[in-house]
Every structure is written in structure tokens, then in C-alpha cells.
Design a binder for this molecule. Structure first.
Ligand code: GRF
Length: 207
């Protein structure tokens, strides 16, 4: 079966990258990660890629005069490896117009809260501070806003009394590692249809 070519953009430890690599390697998703790009040379995500024989590329944003030039460089790299879907996995920058225009409706992100609540940084801390009883994570397509794109899958977890930020984060992270590969699988199977703010998930027969 033909495999969807996925490029991952990551800034840090890369546990979601790992979950996607693992799902692809056991055939759970008809996809393969063909390149991992990071804005940080020390990102553990790059080591994970190398451990799996996946090209790992560091692109230093401050080598480029503008965000557009920096993103052009990322796009070149993604094209080089035939990327059809870009997955942001702990990528700590707002995606700009160059990437969005190069991969229209083909960029996904994972966020550690139930959007549209608690956008931006520290979604878990925001949830704890607000006092919600349920939080979770969201995989969504990326648009020009901060965590505002069409929602693909969400998973909920309880917020327990006495939870620290670490407790809640690790409970959410377990679910992230389940739903991100699921979203990649659905995309790879051609089962996601964007309709304005909504994403319809077609069943296996194309309905
Ligand atoms: C995750 O919590 C993800 O939701 C957020 O950044 C974190 C990345 O973790 N966007 P990792 O690098 O995938 O381990």
C-alpha cells in the first residue's frame, strides 16, 4: 500500500513524533515520516529521528533575515523529502503564510487542552488555574491563528484534585500519543473532509 509521506516539525523532546513513527512502523497508519525538521539543534526529536534512520534537519531561524525566508527553507526541505502532510509536534513557533500556502489544509498540530479553551502556551497550567474538571488534547488543522484551526480529534481526561501541572500533563500526554497517530491515519486514508470550521470524518467506505 502506498504510504503518505509525513514531515514533522518539532522543537523539543519529540514524544508525539515517536508515537507517529511507532504507529507508522507497525502499519497502524499507512504513512511514513520522511523528514524531521527542528528550529532547535538540541531538540531530542532530532535524535529520535536519527535513531530511526530518518533525515533530521536543524534549521536555525536566526540565520534567516525574515520569517518568510526561514519558512521557505523549511518548505524546500519538506519538498526534498516529498512531504504531503506536515505534523507539528511540540513546534514552538506560530506557522506563517509561507508554510500555510505551501501546504494548504495539510498541516496538523496537537494542543494539550480541549480547544477552543486554553489556547497558546501552557494549556495544562491554564486548565488547572481555571479550575476545570475535565481537560484533554486536540489535534487540529493549522490555520493562520493560534490554535484556531478546524478540529480533527479530541480526547478528554479528568482533572483530579491535587493534580500538579506535571500530573495533568502526563495524563494528557498519554492521550496525545493515541489521538495524533489516529489523525495521521485518517488523513492518510483520505477520510478527512474540511467544511469551514468542521472536519468530517468519513467512514471506511468514503461516506
Ligand atoms: C505536547 O504537550 C503537545 O501537545 C504540545 O507540546 C508538547 C510536545 O511534546 N504542542 P513532545 O515534544 O511531542 O513530547
Amino acid at each position: 500500500m502506498r504510504k503518505l509521506r509525513v514531515g514533522v516539525l518539532a522543537s523539543g523532546r519529540g514524544s508525539n513524533l515517536q508515537a507517529i513513527i511507532d504507529a507508522c512502523s507497525i502499519g497502524e497508519a499507512p504513512a511514513q515520516v520522511t523528514v524531521v525538521v527542528s528550529d532547535r539543534a538540541e531538540a531530542y526529536a532530532l535524535d529520535r529521528a536519527r535513531q530511526h534512520g530518518i533525515p533530521a534537519v536543524h534549521i536555525h531561524p536566526s540565520y534567516y533575515g525574515t520569517k518568510e525566508e526561514y519558512e521557505h527553507r523549511i518548505v524546500l526541505e519538506m519538498r526534498e523529502y516529498g512531504v504531503e502532510l506536515v505534523c507539528l509536534a511540540g513546534y514552538m513557533r506560530l506557522v506563517g503564510g509561507v508554510l500555510l500556502d505551501s501546504f494548504p489544509d495539510r498541516i496538523m498540530n496537537i494542543h494539550p487542552a480541549l480547544l477552543p479553551s486554553f489556547k497558546g502556551l501552557h494549556g495544562q497550567r491554564q486548565a488547572l488555574e481555571y479550575g476545570v474538571k475535565i481537560s484533554g488534547c486536540t489535534v487540529h488543522f493549522v490555520d493562520g491563528g493560534m490554535d484556531t484551526g478546524p478540529i480533527i480529534i479530541q480526547a478528554a481526561v479528568p482533572v483530579l484534585s491535587g493534580d500538579s501541572e506535571e500530573d495533568l500533563s502526563s495524563r494528557i500526554l498519554e492521550q496525545e500519543h493515541i489521538i495524533y497517530p489516529q489523525a495521521v491515519k485518517l488523513f492518510a486514508e483520505g477520510r478527512l473532509r474540511i467544511d469551514g470550521k468542521k472536519v468530517h470524518v468519513l467512514d471506511g467506505s468514503g461516506q
